[in-house]
Write a protein that binds this ligand. Sequence first.
Ligand SMILES: [Zn+2]
Length: 215
Amino acid sequence: MDLPILVLPYSVSNQKEQYYQYFWDARNRIIEFTKKHNWSYYTTEPFIKHARIFDKKSDFDDELVKIFNLEPETVIPPTYCAILEKESLYIVTPEIYHSIYPEGHEIDSYVKLIVHEIAHHLHIRLLLGNEDSMGPIWFYEGFAIYVADQFSKIKNSLSNSEIKSILFDLQRTSYKKYKMLFEIVTGKIPLDKLVQKAKERDFSNWVYEKINEGK
Ligand SMILES: [Zn+2]
């Protein structure tokens, strides 16, 4: 995996080294993670070939509208800060990321954000390109949060009814909750098995039964 070609806005153009360091660290974290899970095979090709940094959230939003061919009046969710699409990463600066998503602030949170985006694509590679098999939102977001080790200090405090609602509500909820749920689930079921089963229709049901087994 090589480092991407970077396009920086003028305001941070003197920080190129720092940005390369973020990408270098993110790359190493993915390599470490996949080694641990015997998934090194999936990291031989680079995930990010180009990276474009945005120093205004509105510019980032405009770019998303353009690359996804969205209606011009589309409102991009206020906490969307990064997206990896066709080996190009679009991402806001750390300053903007921390100001619009303070709850994600922790040590190395910007590197973790990059790892999170790569993790979605690792997930797709594990499914041999079958994006539709990534499973429900709690699972694929939980997977990326888990790979990136985001919210590493947060301990599980979910009640059984909260677990149920995260598993069965189709609405997005907070990433902190996905992190907590994912920790419970991976404590009971091996990650590779979860990745393979997530496409099944009764996946969330199956997970719910597994985590309640013996209770
Ligand atoms: Zn994500």
